[in-house]
Design a protein around this ligand. Sequence first.
Ligand code: NAP
Ligand code: MG
Length: 523
Amino acid sequence: MLPPFSTEPYVNFNEPGPRAKMAEALKLVESRLGRTYPLIIAGEHVETDKTFDSINPGDTDQVIGTFNKCTAELAKKAVESANEAFETWRFVPAETRARYLLKAARICRDRIYELSAWMVYEEGKNWIEAYADMCEGIDFLEFYAREAVRYDRPQGLTPWPGEENDYFYIPLGAGVAIPPWNFPFAIMAGITAAPIVAGNTVCLKPATPAPAIAYQLVEIFEQLNLPPGVLNFIPGSGSEIGDILVDHPRTRFINFTGSVEVGTRIFRRASAVHPPQIWLKRTVLEMGGKDFMAADETADVDCFVEDVTVAAFGYQGQKCSAGSRVIVHSGIYDEVVEKLSERVPEIVTHDVTEWIDGPAVNNHGPVITKESYDKILSYIEIGKKEGRLLCGGKPAKVIGREGYYIEPTIFVDVPPDARVAQEEIFGPVTVVVKAKDFDDIVRIANSTMFGLTGAFYSKSRENLERARRELHVGNLYLNRKCTGALVDVQPFGGFNMSGTDSKAGGRDYLLLFLQGKSVSEKI
Ligand code: NAP
Ligand code: MG
């Protein structure tokens, strides 16, 4: 019934058509800034005593929206409502559930410029980063809709005489979706829609810096008359209501993407059984990275340098997959460092509500919050002691704007065990580490607690084959950058402390929100 899945195409903002559409969308969204938004629980719009503002990180006086803040009581109520809704939603046919996602995808596609514009204001994404975030979110909706229909089909079994045997998948129950702010549409939509289309119900607690874009999707599902309680929207502070949602005895699963700190906390808490709880909670925990861009002496240096620039500084380095460690064979080390010192200062830190023609990465915006800004600047101070500052290294000034701007920063001659080479900084900072030979590249690449993404550049068949086997990351790229995974093209998720390897946008993903039921009838 459905055409095969294909990914949503990007546009080129250096061309006048897309450029004009985006400029218009930004104006439209600007006229809608500053509204107040409710919680949505069991289909009811709820207001509370406390609110918080979502602001533009590139212009901190600009309020994107004011959000009612979920209280402990309302968090519990949301879990109860999701449980009630589950009793009917679980029996809605998969094709019907899929149709909600497909219709939502269509609306998102029709509104793609406007929805992208929300992320330009709310998260300081440049135009193409915001647009790509939308494309990925639409892909998740389209792909998981198809996956739900596929998992609903009869599954193969070995026949047995005198019996009619059946094996099928049923949903788990009511769960919690806790996304990060950095892919505020794509990840939020993916981790929410996948359990829903599989027949579960969800309480969505958006990340505090990113509630406005999340509300847009919730409102779309509301317009589509998704039954009340299937998707509950409960913005609020993770540190205030996170434990309540995770600990609740009627929470069946937690679908989380974010930091190691919070992910491991959820893992620990979710393992406790709180009466009257009658199940073990399922946790899907996707966490941080310290991803590498590595090259041996045969690599194409110009291509490597451009890709490092994009992987390290795209969206200000605030991607779990960002190329935050550059590992270079000694034979080309000096050339790579020299070329990075020329290329990276071409990046322009500016107000990303405007677009500068040229390579997308040259459009460099703010980091997300004051807390991130301070943390990144403190890592820059550590880096100055651990390595040699090649470029950047300080806040960037943008005329007429008060925002969290930091220059693209590179440290070179960094020892592989330095803190800036081991810990996730999550900002526009990368480090360059020198390797003696290919064995050294592998050793350094595999030397952190993470294992999310990595890229290796070489013309040596032997090294490329060894890299396939020996580099221990969930998403390995050969002769291309370590960011930009596409749905069902590069299923995404990491090893070790990068998470539970859920492979978002992959064909195993929906199984995480399903359980198999075997039924045998004597004939
Ligand atoms: P974060 O600080 O861990 O927050 C993630 C989410 O958890 C937010 O919604 C947050 O709410 C919530 N939270 C905070 N404390 C909680 C608690 N005690 N219980 C339950 N939830 C709680 O991460 P972030 O700063 O938003 O995102 C950046 C991190 O995400 C980076 O480490 C990045 O690598 C990782 N990430 C990983 C992937 C992947 O696929 N592996 C993808 C993207 C990002 P508040 O916002 O209210 O604090
Ligand atoms: Mg945070």
